[in-house]
Write a protein that binds this ligand. Structure first.
Ligand SMILES: Nc1ncnc2c1ncn2[C@@H]1O[C@H](COP(=O)(O)OP(=O)(O)OP(=O)(O)O)[C@@H](O)[C@H]1O
Length: 690
């Protein structure tokens, strides 16, 4: 965290912001297409994301220089391996098992070498009896090799499965801990497409890594064993030449690997961005289709989304082309060394003839020597293949490591901020003024804001010195023009945004409930919608209770619909599509039923009645009142004033005004407003009273 000046010349001149925010702003703009939320999905942020998606040419250079085949990559790999072996017994046993299989396979393959030598000799001698015996022996050794080979592949699959489980759960645990996913998506700019990292990147990484591990285990065994055999059969020069040949191959590959790692890393990111663009089209299919209907058919222009998809796909294809070219270079060097190795082998076998130490080499020796050389070369080829895999692997290592690192850092930042708050509060009342303190007091049944000044995540000041007390049984309406900061205040109160100074005291979390304009419906039955954020594993609602609840807002027909779905056995509809199958008004009413079921002391509602008619709005607020739920509402409708006792008005000039609403008149238009408190920016008057 660094502290950045955001307002000149007053006491709020510093606010903690993400250190990398400004430095990475340009990059983040392009890379943040995966940040679905962008501060509770602000429309402005999403449009800037899409515009910036196409600046990826410049981004290529930045990312290419950041992600290379170097020591940092190696350190990151070690860190991931430590995680994979955090509970080492089972994975350790599996690696030992793999080692045992690799030793057995090396031994079985050496039997095949002997078999070949014998078969050549018996064929030359015409010894059919011995030949038959050798063939039977071959049947045994080759079957054993085949079985060992498939068992190795099976073990590799299981190791990959276990690693995926460990890594995915580790990241997911952090990601869901304390709403970290929100902080990463809303305020942090370093992680593009976190969903892709958790789902496909981890899967690809663990599968590839397990294969590399198997090659790394079998490679040294084969190399060690056949080094010994070639040395014994032909002398020191034979393994030395093969070693030199493959070291040359490794160096050639290394030169191509480094740029390929960067290109592959970028490719994964671009694939994620492209997929995200299509995901947005899926999510907003109806709005996009409706907008496209309004276009003038005489103006020939492709759809904006199509145009964006094309542009993004162009960038992706261009990088893919680069990746294919570098891959071609890498494959060429790998294949050259693999294909040339038999020639090198025969050259090695023929060296005694060239230097005159031998006149002939017996046929059986040739077959044994060449088999041993080929096996030694194949041991090295495994390393060369590993280097080819490492380019893909490195890209996944970078993506998974950044995810782990950012999760840790964001978590740590929160922890440090908390620590700092505690220390500051104890050490100095002066500092206390400059640090936001969000205190959950389980014993309290009121929400208190004391001289709260708050900001956007970008550090823009919204309002200063707001003081408020909302007691149990009272209610507050927050009004003001769009973008003035109403929702932001709700985010500050519920703790999603830490960008404030002053003091907020609120009751325990279970006493507070939040309703947004776009309700969140989970995959699940209607009962599960109501129980959310609890599950049916912890609570159940009887059928009669459900009926009574739904009838409160005339929604009983939804229960009938669900019954029909169950009767049809169409479980798929039941489990996943309530969000698409309900109108926005129905969705908002369901979230109110959820609220009534949970009966918190306070309900924070952000335009949560915007899609329901005023007559129903009245019933909803009456139901809250009957249940003793105090409402803090954000809204634009004047009709809302009649359901609240206090009105906080915010304006674009950052002035705020707190008024009591006198609802004694029956006529809603005649509600009197009595000002109790305000902050006018022009005279910078500060609130004095709660
Ligand atoms: N994640 C974010 N990062 C930076 N700025 C943001 C973010 N979210 C909101 N803002 C900005 O903060 C300001 C206040 O936004 P807020 O959502 O609180 O407005 P609002 O009064 O609730 O508007 P509306 O009535 O349209 O919902 C706006 O200028 C908005 O652009």
């Amino acid at each position: 965290m660094k502290r950045t000046n955001i307002i000149n010349g007053d006491e709020y001149h510093q606010i903690p912001v993400n250190e990398d925010f400004y430095e990475e702003e340009e990059e983040s703009a392009s890379s943040s297409s995966g940040h679905a939320m962008g501060g509770a999905a602000s429309p402005s942020s999403s449009s800037s994301q899409s515009n910036n998606n196409f600046k990826q040419h410049e981004l290529t250079k930045t990312l290419a220089s950041q992600n290379r085949y170097d020591l940092r990559l190696f350190i990151r790999l070690i860190h991931i391996i430590k995680l994979l072996y955090s509970s080492p017994i089972i994975p350790g046993i599996m690696v030992l098992f793999l080692l045992g299989l690799a030793i057995s396979q090396t031994y079985a393959s050496s039997l095949t070498g002997k078999l070949l030598a014998n078969v050549y000799t018996y064929l030359a001698d015409g010894d059919t009896h011995s030949l038959l015996r050798s063939l039977l022996f071959g049947l045994f050794s080759l079957t054993l090799s085949a079985l060992l080979d498939s068992t190795i592949k099976f073990t590799v699959g299981i190791i990959a499965w276990r690693w995926r489980k460990t890594l995915c759960l580790t990241i997911q645990n952090q990601y869901f801990d304390n709403n970290l996913f929100y902080r990463i998506m809303a305020f942090d700019t370093r992680i593009d497409n976190p969903d892709q990292r958790i789902t496909s990147d981890i899967d690809n990484f663990t599968t590839l890594m397990a294969n590399v591990l198997s090659q790394m285990i079998t490679g040294p065994l084969v190399v060690g064993y056949y080094t010994f055999l070639t040395w014994r059969g032909m002398g020191w020069y034979a393994p030395a030449i093969i070693y030199g040949f493959f070291i040359l191959g490794y160096i050639a590959n290394k030169f191509i690997m480094s740029p390929l790692v960067s290109v592959s890393y970028l490719q994964d990111k671009l694939e994620g961005d492209f997929r995200y663009l299509h995901l947005r089209i899926r999510t907003f299919a109806e709005s996009i289709a409706l907008q496209s209907l309004t276009r003038d058919p005489t103006v020939s222009q492709t759809m904006v989304e199509e145009e964006q998809a094309k542009q993004q796909f162009d960038v992706l294809l261009e990088n893919k082309k680069k990746q294919i070219c570098w891959q071609y270079g890498l494959n060429t060097t790998s294949d050259l060394f693999t294909y040339l190795s038999p020639l090198v082998n025969y050259l090695i076998i023929a060296i005694p003839l060239f230097i005159g130490t031998k006149k002939t080499i017996p046929f059986a020796d040739v077959s044994v020597f060449s088999y041993n050389c080929i096996m030694l070369a194949s041991g090295f080829s495994q390393y060369i293949n590993v280097t080819a895999n490492i380019s893909d692997l490195s890209s996944y290592i970078q993506r998974i490591s950044t995810m782990l690192e950012v999760c840790n850092q964001v978590k740590q930042q929160k922890y440090e901020a908390q620590q700092k708050q505690e220390n500051d509060i104890v050490s100095s009342t002066e500092v206390q003024k400059q640090v936001g303190e969000l205190k959950v007091e389980p014993s309290t049944l009121e929400i208190l804001l004391k001289e709260v000044s708050y900001f956007t995540p970008k550090g823009e000041s919204l309002f200063k010195n707001i003081s408020l007390l909302i007691e149990r049984g009272s209610s507050l309406l927050i009004m003001g023009p769009s973008g003035s900061g109403k929702s932001s205040l709700i985010r500050i109160i519920n703790g999603l945004w830490p960008f404030f100074y002053g003091k907020i005291i609120k009751p325990a979390n279970e006493q507070m409930f939040f309703l947004s304009q776009q309700p969140y419906l989970i995959y699940g039955s209607l009962e599960e919608q109501i129980l959310y954020p609890y599950t049916i594993a912890s609570k159940r609602i009887s059928k009669q209770q459900m009926r009574e609840l739904f009838e409160r807002f005339d929604l009983g027909y939804l229960l009938d619909r669900e019954r029909d779905i169950i009767a049809r056995g169409d479980l798929n509809d039941l489990t996943h599509n309530w969000l698409n199958a309900l109108s926005p008004g129905e969705q908002q009413l369901i979230s109110f039923l959820r609220l009534l079921y949970h009966k918190p002391v306070f309900a924070l509602m952000d335009e949560s009645t915007s899609s329901i008619p005023q007559s129903m709005e009245k019933r909803v607020y009456q139901a809250c009142k009957d249940q003793g739920i105090s409402t803090i509402s954000v809204g634009h409708r004047h009709s809302l004033t009649q359901y609240h006792q206090k009105l906080l008005t915010l304006d674009k000039q950052h002035n705020w005004k707190l008024q009591n609403i006198d609802n004694s008149s029956n006529n809603n238009d005649n509600n009197k407003l009595i000002e109790t408190d305000s902050n006018n920016n022009n005279n910078n008057q500060q609130s004095s009273l709660i």
